[in-house]
Design a binder for this molecule. Sequence first.
Ligand code: GDP
Ligand code: GDP
Length: 453
Amino acid sequence: WTDLPELDEAGGEAPSQAPGGALPVVAVVGRPNVGKSTLVNRIIGRREAVVEDVPGVTRDRVTYEASWGGRDFTLVDTGGWDPDATGMAARIAEQARVAVELADVILFVVDATVGVTDADEAVARVLQRCGKPVILAANKVDDQRTELEAHALWSLGLGEPRPVSALHGRSSGDLLDAVLEALPQAPPRSEGGSGPRRVALVGRPNVGKSSLLNRLAGEERVLVDPMAGTTRDPVDELIELGGTTWRFVDTAGIRRRDRELKGADFYAAMRTRGAIERSEVAIVLIDASQPLTEQDLRIISMVSESGRCMVLAFNKWDLVDDERRYYLEKEIDRQLVRVPWALRVNISAKTGRHVDRLVPAIEKALASWSTRVPTARLNAFLNELVAATPPPVRGGKQPKILFATQAAAEPPKFVLFTSGFLEETYRRFIERRIREEFGFEGSPIFINMKIRE
Ligand code: GDP
Ligand code: GDP
């Protein structure tokens, strides 16, 4: 059997997903040039080479699926942001603060051959009181001799420095063991079924996230001063809606006003990724009064690639007149073709219009996301489908679907065992028909083909 890449709406690779959704998150922080990217590449074994050219959607990935000792986790590389030299210590500290918000474990990388710098100390101060496990990697310890230099890093006040050579792999296994040990035990966050379901409220700046959050939470809150030091809001908020309690993840990131900060866009993008990773369902907020932007599309494909279910909330509907509405429909037809399954609601966080339609939409999306199609029903359906519309002949042979099964839910994943290659158009046809037959509104689905040679 030959494995073929899984297929989703964006044509990208599906993440290996623990049932129930969120994987624990490990964030790699440290100043430039200490070897963060090298370390990340070593940990993920260079599996990052999946770069998708979706027109109008650039993918600047900083999160990766990684695995060690049988545990899967999400690795976030904060190295993508290159701060300029002036005021570097403060900015790196801010970067660390973001990492702390979104991660379960922080992997702090220091260059042992250089020793402790001001920037390292600034990061250490943030990490010392973050209340989350911190693993201190003393990098560039390429040989025994350099190992002594790693000891100097005890002065950071973060416990034992762990010597490693990201470049050569020396002791990288030990480092990962330490990371593994620090990962939250059992399911990282409440699994589906027990505990509130996790909702990410995402969207580019100014679409109305904090306005909607205030409306949903039922009170106007005082927004915290972003520079006000160390006290932070709780990262998540539990909000009761329609008789059910929901966990809105990373609302601290929404409530914080750090737009004027250098690199604010980068932080916003990282928070978005972090929130999506932690969620089961994402509400993508869009400013309906403005043309769709590339940033909107990028966030939407982030959600579908991550395998979360999705509701598109077109906000500021109070500003939408007939003309705008006409153009919006055109934009949706043209630009959201890859996510025809996403549920849509038109709301106004300002007036409250149709905000009560959000909960039924996310409930429906989650129900689709959890759906399991019984194997017998799936095969009966596909047999009929293939009999009526057989796959195109390739090289004189008629490929057959021998057997199919839904291998997973949350997100739904199907595996087709075939006797020959099925063209992409045919696989998309199958996906469309599966959706017509079994629903899955609001949820991405993934179809994987295994070919018998
Ligand atoms: P980042 O800016 O923190 O992501 O750092 P990079 O991963 O880009 O590495 C910066 C430089 O340090 C590169 O030239 C790497 O080859 C080098 N480097 C990374 N890890 C090691 C290591 O373990 N030993 C040595 N000698 N060099 C390393
Ligand atoms: P965020 O950056 O996504 O959190 O967006 P905010 O909630 O701060 O909203 C940005 C601006 O849009 C503010 O001036 C809000 O008052 C305004 N706004 C938010 N929702 C609506 C809406 O539904 N209608 C109108 N007219 N303005 C809105």
